[in-house]
Design a protein around this ligand. Structure first.
Ligand code: SF4
Length: 555
């Protein structure tokens, strides 16, 4: 890495008749010499590498309990091990912004388990289920980043939870925090009929080399990755994405995208125009993370995602810095990948490349339980499979099923509440954690989502189009508000009696995966387009009926 020695602090202005132009304030970029922490988060990371908190959890906090935890660790470094304090029950969304963090939280934790590439063996699934039942009050959500998320975790139980997870090769390392989060991957990697290269070795190598590596554990903010041959992850919403493409001269490899992110100032990732063979994916990934670490903005937390740097530099400069300062060589130019009209969710029964089948099934808004996952493990085993995959659309897949056993599997999954032939509503609705557990939430999401699906299935069962409905409990867009057909951003709205109640701002017509004529777009957030949470099912029903009545032939 080349580090320029530009001083951090502007020089003292010289008194002259004509005022000299003011130097712009630095953005807190390490590579430009701005090493002094500029906000409390940066200070916390500089004071002690957050990965070091694991030893304190095991040696001190697990014995001393919640009250013994240093606040800097509790609300800062714990995240690097997948742990967030969870919201205290009974605090309404109107108080989210006014209460202090300690007033919002109870003494339990949300725990995220990273399942890189979404790949789970049967043995891993059983451990995940057992932990849920023993330590997490039977909670388990499949997140839209292919993680498993528990609630009600006690710090006292963390050593045993880690022991069990790690005994089957799972981890919570850097599942949250300002570091490389889970690497999204195709849920059908290695078995898809139309996949030319299985990217799993690159995902495994990145996790093996870099997750838990202190070179990359202090980034300006989170870093999200996706590596897939197919368009079956929300790749444009990631800091880096590798998407399969067949180069006319060099064969199958990956097209590189950088700078996507949806929370504040949503931006879609941009193509670098570079083609990378499978073996080089980990190095290019590390180069891009290195740029983020060294040149990423650290002064203001709300400008600390890679997308702001990419937007300011442009992709040409970004690629040049990557090549010259981080890789030491030029990348090959590559063609743009072919993109389908909709993202692929893999729900239903599909043939694999080897002649066996995979079955994709939908829980409702990603909510499962340890009991359900234990039953799933039994069903999977009874159908001769050893592999389950999680999807970034809060669904799950069972791989390697003999053709004659798929009907039996579909029925068995239905028997445990997982639907391989779901309604359009169940298939297309996702929800973030929401007010039940999330300290930032303004509104309830999971229960609203379940109610919405049930109501629409009852009233509009015959709806025959693909539709995506993403329910978010606040503006942070964890469930990707802006890229759904109907994106819902939780906020307080004025109810019928003039008082503030839970509701949503509505974004209509967004899409990822090039849903709109090969150009991904954000939903339109129209002024006044709001609904109370109570009226949400009726609102969505009216939008859907209007769409059915006015759609054109073939739409
Ligand atoms: Fe929490 Fe908001 Fe993210 Fe939902 S969108 S999980 S409420 S931060």
């Amino acid at each position: 890495m080349a580090v320029n020695s530009t001083p951090d602090r502007p020089e003292r202005p010289v008194a002259t008749a004509a005022r000299a132009p003011r130097r712009p304030r630095g953005e807190g970029q390490w590579a430009l010499g701005h090493r002094e922490p500029l906000n409390p988060n940066e200070r916390m990371k500089k004071d002690d590498d957050p990965l070091n908190v694991r030893a304190r959890i095991e040696n001190i906090y697990a014995h001393g309990g919640f009250a013994s935890i240093d606040p800097q660790d509790l609300r800062g470094r714990f995240r690097w091990w997948g742990l967030y304090t969870q919201r205290k029950a009974g605090i309404d969304g109107g108080r989210t912004a006014v209460l202090e963090p300690h007033e919002l939280e109870d003494e339990f934790f949300m725990l995220r388990v990273r399942v890189d590439g979404g790949q789970l063996s049967l043995a891993q699934l059983r451990v995940v289920a057992d932990i849920s039942r023993e330590f997490a009050r039977d909670t388990a959500d499949i997140t839209d980043r292919q993680n498993i998320q528990y609630h009600w975790i006690r710090v006292e139980d963390m050593p045993e939870i880690w022991r069990r997870l790690e005994s089957v090769g799972l981890q919570t390392t850097e599942a949250c925090g300002d570091c490389p989060r889970i690497v999204l991957g195709s849920p059908v990697a290695g078995v898809a009929r139309d996949e030319l290269v299985d990217p799993t070795p690159a995902i495994d190598e990145i996790v093996r080399r870099y997750v838990g590596d202190k070179q990359y554990s202090n980034l300006p903010r989170k870093f999200k990755s996706s590596i897939s041959w197919l368009v079956d992850t929300p790749y444009e919403a990631n800091d880096i994405a590798f998407l399969g493409v067949d180069h006319p001269d060099h064969g199958p490899g990956f097209d590189v995208w950088v700078g996507g992110g949806l929370a504040t100032n949503p931006m879609l990732a941009k193509r670098l125009g570079a083609w990378v063979p499978l073996a080089e994916v980990p190095d290019v990934w590390a180069g891009v993370v290195g740029i983020f670490r060294d040149y990423g903005y650290r002064r203001l937390r709300n400008r600390a995602r890679l997308k702001f740097l990419v937007a300011d530099w442009g992709v040409e400069k970004f690629r040049e810095v990557l090549e010259k300062e981080y890789l030491g060589r030029a990348l090959l130019d590559g063609p743009a990948p072919e993109l389908p009209s909709r993202p692929i969710d893999h729900v239903g029964v599909h043939e694999q490349a080897d002649g066996r089948y995979y079955v994709g099934a939908a829980p409702v808004v990603g909510r499962v339980s340890g009991t359900q996952l234990a039953r799933l493990a039994d069903v999977v085993a009874a159908h001769g499979s050893d592999r389950v995959r999680l999807t970034p659309y809060q669904k799950l897949l069972v791989l390697d099923v003999a053709p004659e056993r798929t009907d039996s599997l579909v029925a068995a999954l239905r028997g445990i509440g997982l639907e391989a032939r779901p309604s359009a509503w169940r298939r297309g609705t996702m929800a973030c954690t929401g007010i039940e557990y999330c300290k930032l939430a303004i509104v309830e999401t999971k229960a609203r989502g379940e109610e919405l699906v049930a109501r629409l299935e009852e009233r509009l069962r015959e709806f025959d189009a693909d539709i995506s409905i993403h329910i978010n409990g606040c503006p942070n867009a964890c469930a990707r508000t802006q890229v759904a057909d109907i994106g819902l951003k939780g906020q307080l709205v004025v109810g019928p009696d003039g008082r503030q109640v839970e509701g949503f701002q509505v974004h209509l017509g967004g899409g990822l995966g090039m849903a709109h004529g090969q150009t991904a777009g954000f939903g339109r957030k129209l002024r006044g387009l709001k609904t109370t949470a109570e009226e949400l099912p009726g609102y969505v029903e009216r939008v859907a009926r209007r769409y059915l009545a006015s759609r054109t032939e073939g739409e």
